[in-house]
Design a protein around this ligand. Structure first.
Ligand code: BGC
Length: 774
């Protein structure tokens, strides 16, 4: 870090701050560049924040609440004209608290210098970026990582992403996305942890801890952001940005838990969402941001709006104009405005008119400043700006190895008949087919603005390491033209070039590996689908290849559950290979050739057909759950499909087999308030493997209907061939309650059913009684 005269203004500010403080332990505030310094105690921090606040004008406080996008050059002469000039000028005036999308040490340093050296008080900017599944080195998309059910690995993946991003100047990620979603039509399911609030909460904590580390002042830690608060994942019909209309029970029992968990884990920020929830845009929902988040959960960080979501309240028909939108959002508790330009334009006037209290501004600015202090930006605003470190860390071996490890753990073996997998390393003629097999871009996933294009290891490259003579036939293209983040992907539906060659190449092969699925830019933000098939000509190709060779291993590349009933019925081996990031091809090849025994389990149900959506394992029972008599229609079902998913939540196979037995429950709620559950897990196959043992309960009768199953525990266990282990779970009575329809947590007596197994469809079960609860 170069500590020179660029730093003087900040130091002056700090000295002023110190002189107005009566705090004893203020030495750390001057520990410039000392990333080893411990985080100051909360009360010290509050005093420091207040002392800065006392120096600020109303406009400067509002400036902290203003965030601009920064796709512009800060390294040359000051920009002239338009938006760039205005933003630049605002930074100099102290009217900007944060920039997003400025990245790389050179650029971050340049923009930070403007804020620190040229603004009156020299308050550093907080630099935000979507580090969603990696920065430049991509790890698997979050949904894929969630399939690992491996909390330590997920935390480590977030830690490495933070480290790489921090080395590039970034100090705040807009992640984790903790939106529960049950609808695979919604493209953003790729960004979350799937459909279950229990698993989603554990993963939310792991990610927050990974990004923020043990010490937020470390130059390897960045602030995290739980988003999108709230109910964005319940967009009607899976259409992005659409209305969410859900009741209190779903809101409290399903949507809130991962957010609450993130808040309890100390996440430093929340982002609200584009949707309205029951008629109120989340961006102006006082109930969400003030009553629940800041009051009930005592969240101390700040809330940033989503991109332009304040101004979008005009289109929603909620605010009559931008000024009203700013008033509504600020009063409801949105602390920072991302790219609506409305706080910076309107808030000062609104305060003068008495429509927004100055205390609202003070509170928001205080929250934002506090996170800056916690990050150590007041100690050293350039702590993330070390060119040497950037070079050393970006794409380092540690980060690449981490990405491979996470990719391996994310793969789910969906089907494996006749032990077609693993492939034999010798003596087997393998043919590889599919445009996605050679892709080096799509596996990087959807949120990969920091990645360099075409830097993923393709499946073709990965498999060639095992079989240098591998025959590859691409088949027809999947996409037409450019594939870019912000644009609609065009799918090839009629150019059959390469089709016949691919089919012919399959004849006579011992095994055909087909890599099919979605291009990464078919999932993610703004990418909802009404059909969940293999896009373009891929289904036809699969069927034609199958007609000449039945020994097919289908490797799926996709960002969401797909509905593939034909493949599930006809294809003997299916591997869920998601969009696994930079190391994708290596990971898939290691699984295909048996060097890695897969252990992933689906974090989201895969439907039989789109018409079943939303389909999720933890649904309620209707009053007519089963067929009353053969042929009678009056029960809750479809005429043309079953009620069951194709592959259930929690499903995933291994190259070995596991058996569960001896499920026992020691019910001693009356004395200890806990129930002990044990089960014996045995690896009955020939090789070592990992299994995710899952524990589900059902509260059989309750004052508000409970789901037919709820995940309440899981353990990832590795067992040698033939080995067994007794697994123990403890259920505290407090875990057996639920939120009633007024948002109140209650625990009721009654009978509970309990299942343990390797899927949500586990059959091994027993019951216990919960009684005499005080
Ligand atoms: C997304 C957010 C994201 C933000 C900044 C928005 O469109 O909804 O999730 O963090 O852009 O890139």
């Amino acid at each position: 870090m170069n500590f020179n005269k660029t730093h003087i203004k900040l130091s002056i500010l700090v000295l002023i701050v110190l002189s107005v403080m009566s705090c004893n332990d203020n030495s750390k505030l001057l520990a410039v560049g000392n990333s080893e310094s411990q985080a100051p105690k909360s009360s010290d921090l509050d005093k420091r924040v207040d002392s800065v606040l006392n120096l600020m004008t109303l406009e400067e406080k509002i400036g902290q609440m203003n965030q601009y996008n920064g796709f512009m050059d800060f390294t040359g002469p000051a920009p002239k004209g338009g938006d760039a000039e205005r933003k630049f000028d605002h930074i100099k005036k102290g009217y900007v608290g944060s920039m997003l999308n400025v990245r790389g040490v050179k650029d971050v340093l340049a923009v930070q210098k403007v804020a620190v050296e040229e603004s009156r008080l020299g308050i550093p900017l907080i630099i935000g970026f979507d580090v969603i599944h990696g920065y430049e080195t991509m790890s698997p998309i979050p949904l894929a990582e969630s399939a690992s059910w491996d909390l330590a690995a997920i935390k480590e993946s977030a830690r490495l992403a933070a480290k790489e991003a921090a080395a590039a100047g970034i100090n705040w990620t807009f992640a984790p996305m903790v939106d529960i979603s049950r609808d695979a039509r919604w493209g953003r399911v790729m960004e979350g942890a799937g459909e279950d609030p229990f698993l989603g909460s554990k993963i939310a904590i792991a990610r927050v801890e990974g990004f923020q580390g043990n010490d937020l002042t470390s130059y390897e830690s960045i602030a995290a952001c739980a988003k999108h608060f709230a109910a964005y994942g319940f967009a009607q019909a899976g259409r992005d940005y659409n209305t969410s209309d859900i009741g209190t029970s779903t809101l409290y029992n399903t949507v809130f838990p991962p957010f609450k968990a993130a808040s309890q884990a100390g996440v430093k920020s929340f982002m609200n969402s584009f949707n309205d929830l029951n008629g109120i845009p989340a961006t102006a929902d006082k109930f969400l941001m003030r009553d629940v988040l800041k009051d009930e959960w005592e969240f101390e960080g700040f809330v940033v709006s989503d991109w332009g979501s304040i101004t979008e309240m005009v289109a929603h028909g909620y605010a009559k104009d931008g000024k009203a939108a700013a008033q509504l959002a600020a009063n409801a508790g949105s602390d920072m405005d991302m790219e609506s330009y409305l706080y910076v334009n309107e808030l000062a006037g609104l305060v003068k008119e008495g429509k927004v209290k100055e205390s609202v501004i003070n509170e928001a600015a205080r929250r934002i400043l506090k996170v800056k202090f916690e990050l150590g930006l007041f100690d050293d605003p350039y702590k993330y700006c070390d060119l040497e470190r950037e070079k050393e860390v970006t794409g380092s071996k540690e980060i690449m190895d981490g990405a491979l490890d996470m990719a391996l753990k994310s793969i789910v073996l969906l089907k494996n008949e006749n032990q077609l997998l693993p492939l034999k390393k010798e003596g087997q003629k393998v043919v590889l087919i599919g445009a996605l097999a050679a892709e080096k871009n799509s596996p990087l996933g959807s949120w990969r603005i920091g990645a360099k294009d075409n830097t993923a290891v393709s499946v073709l490259e990965g498999m060639k390491q095992y079989d240098a003579n591998l025959t590859f036939s691409k088949g027809p293209d999947l996409t037409i033209g450019e594939t870019v983040f912000a644009k609609e992907v065009v799918i090839n539906t009629n150019d059959r070039t390469g089709f016949k060659d691919a089919v012919n190449s399959a004849r006579g092969a011992d095994v055909v590996v087909m890599v099919l699925g979605e291009h990464a830019f078919q999932s993610g933000e703004g990418r909802s689908r009404t059909v969940l098939d293999l896009p373009g000509l891929q289904q036809e190709l699969l069927e034609k290849v199958h007609a000449v060779n039945k020994n097919i291993v289908l490797v799926l590349n996709n960002g969401r559950p797909l509905a593939l009933p034909w493949a599930a019925e006809h294809i003997p081996a299916i591997v869920e290979g998601w969009h696994l990031g930079t190391q994708s091809g290596h990971a898939i090849a290691q699984v295909l050739y048996g060097d890695y025994n897969p252990s992933g389990k689906l974090p989201m149900s895969f439907p039989e057909s789109v018409g079943q959506a939303p389909i999720y394992y933890n649904h309620k029972s209707t009053g007519r759950p089963s067929l009353p008599a053969p042929g009678i229609v009056f029960w809750s079902h479809y005429q043309d499909d079953s009620n069951d998913p194709l592959w259930a939540f929690g499903h995933g196979l291994s190259y070995t087999d596991f058996e569960y037995s001896n499920l026992k429950v020691t019910d001693d709620f009356n004395s200890s308030g806990k129930v002990e559950v044990s089960v014996v897990l045995k690896n009955t196959g020939d090789i070592k493997g990992k299994e995710v043992a899952q524990l589900y309960i059902q509260d059989q009768f309750a004052s508000v209907i409970r789901p037919v199953k709820e995940l309440k525990g899981f353990e990832l266990v590795e067992l040698e061939a033939g080995a067994s282990k007794t697994l123990k779970f403890t259920l505290d009575k407090s875990q057996l309650g639920f939120y009633d329809n007024h948002g109140k947590w209650i625990v009721e007596d009654g009978t509970f059913k309990i299942w343990i197994g390797g899927t949500s469809q586990a059959e091994l079960s027993t019951t216990f009684e919960l009684g005499n609860i005080e």
